[in-house]
Design a protein around this ligand. Structure first.
Ligand code: ADP
Length: 422
């Protein structure tokens, strides 16, 4: 039996099939450029052109290729709002609740929901689990999640910080604790997830207590195309002076800023590093602003936790760019963090998830960790599946004569539990 994990982004889809008990990864599918003529489905070296299809059609193509029996499906869901702070079995009611959250993440949630709907249609009796990007940050203390506005207005409109990339931050923190052979509950870790979207998280004793993304994934670091932190007054000035509507401003801040806006050559850090090395001034500035902002966050998160035991780099840039890691770690000796130039030339891989890049004389540790949100989602899905098993047994309901009956039994028992929750 297998667990399928589906990670639907705005223009890409990742789908991994895991053996249900060992969580060995059996198959890995990637769809790129969803919604364009160039949409392509890849599995290992095999590429299938899908033509101009949307998320639903692309997911169907993946499901049609999976012959292995599926026991449970885990979905990455970007936003869980106030309500969803744990992996949750997806019922019709939960799906409706997710639809009501779309305005909190209009770029991502529709793709996540499309994934759930297609899977429910294709595998109506299989357990479906939502794992939320925001869930790991449910532990943010009030002082960290509150914006300085009248709280009556804030509550009325849900204006508060949620944080994102939680699955990745949690995974990295767990991997680092295992490598250090120190319980996660005893560590202060700063995780830098640097991909197209980027965020930093302060993980104290295994809990997220600060993170750089806020109410939406727009706050914080310089990202591929997102602006990150900017004076709210600058937004008012921009809208007034350019005569932009709110929609135009939204598009600008999400799609035209960050590395793309600064460099003028696009959002790909590899291109920007290359041009910068050739002396391109805009690209040099883009990297300087990116690194400077990141260093500010690392320092402030160390201050928030009263120290730091480990600094972690993950995501496409964090895993692969020794230049960005080295620039970021310059002069962090005051935090007991010293990079080793040789070790830093290595990068994590499927066979080595965690690479230590700190110097042997560094008081605290620096790591590069291979992001694997799909594995984390598979673990959460497996845990919920097993938990449902233990719920079913004591109630004396016979377990599975066939897989279909098992799933139906699990579904019913979970429905009762969900209704009992606040
Ligand atoms: P997403 O947030 O879309 O999942 P990724 O985590 O795949 O993004 O990260 C994409 C970013 O990683 C891009 O900016 C890409 O340029 C960067 N990247 C990938 N490989 C390297 C590398 N060798 N050096 C620098 N940046 C890299």
């Amino acid at each position: 039996m297998t667990i399928l994990v589906l990670n639907c982004g705005s223009s890409s889809i990742k789908a991994d099939v895991f053996q249900s008990s060992t969580l060995q990864r059996l198959r890995s599918f990637r769809v790129e450029r969803v919604g364009t003529e160039q949409c392509v489905l890849k599995e290992a070296d095999i590429e299938t052109r899908l033509g101009d299809v949307g998320h639903a059609e692309a997911i169907k193509s993946i499901l049609n290729k999976i012959e292995e029996p599926i026991e449970a499906i885990g979905h990455r869901v970007v936003h869980g709002g106030e309500r969803f702070v744990h992996p949750t079995r997806i019922t019709t009611g939960v799906l409706e609740d997710l639809q009501n959250l779309v305005e909190l993440a209009p770029l991502h949630l529709p793709a996540n929901i499309a994934g759930v709907e297609v899977c429910r249609e294709h595998h109506p009796t299989v357990l479906q689990v939502a794992v939320f990007d925001t869930a790991f940050h449910a532990t943010l203390p009030r002082r960290a999640k509150t914006y300085a506005i009248d709280q009556e207005i804030a509550v009325r409109h849900g204006i508060r910080r949620f944080g994102f990339h939680g699955t990745s931050h949690k995974w990295s923190a767990q991997q680092v604790a295992l490598t250090m052979q120190v319980p996660l509950e005893e560590l202060r870790i700063v995780v830098c997830h640097l991909g197209n979207g980027a965020s930093v998280c302060a993980v104290e004793n295994g809990r997220s207590i600060e993170t750089s993304m806020g109410m939406t994934p727009l706050e914080g670091l310089v990202m591929g195309t997102r602006v990150g932190d900017i004076d709210a007054g600058a937004l008012i000035a921009l809208a007034q002076k350019e005569g932009w509507s709110l929609e135009e401003l939204d598009l600008f801040l999400n799609k035209e800023c960050g590395l793309k806006g600064l460099s003028g050559v696009g959002n790909d850090m590899r291109d920007i590093l290359e041009r910068s090395a050739e002396g391109d001034d805009k690209c040099r500035l883009a990297i300087n602003v990116f690194v400077h902002r990141l260093r500010k966050y690392i320092g402030s998160y160390a201050a928030v936790m009263g120290g730091i035991d480990a600094l972690v780099f993950t995501g496409g840039i964090g895993e692969n760019s020794n230049v960005i890691r080295s620039r970021t770690c310059q002069n962090l000796g005051f935090l007991g963090l010293r990079l080793d130039a040789d070790a830093n030339s290595e990068r994590p891989s499927t066979s080595k998830t965690v690479v230590e890049v700190s110097h042997y004389a560094s008081r605290n540790k620096i790591f590069a960790v291979r992001a694997d949100e799909e594995m984390m989602i598979a673990k959460d899905t497996q845990a919920l599946f097993n938990e449902l098993d233990t719920v079913v047994r004591p109630m004396g309901i016979p377990i599975a004569i066939s897989a279909r009956h098992l799933h139906l039994t699990k579904r019913r028992s979970r429905c009762c539990l969900v209704r009992g929750q606040p």
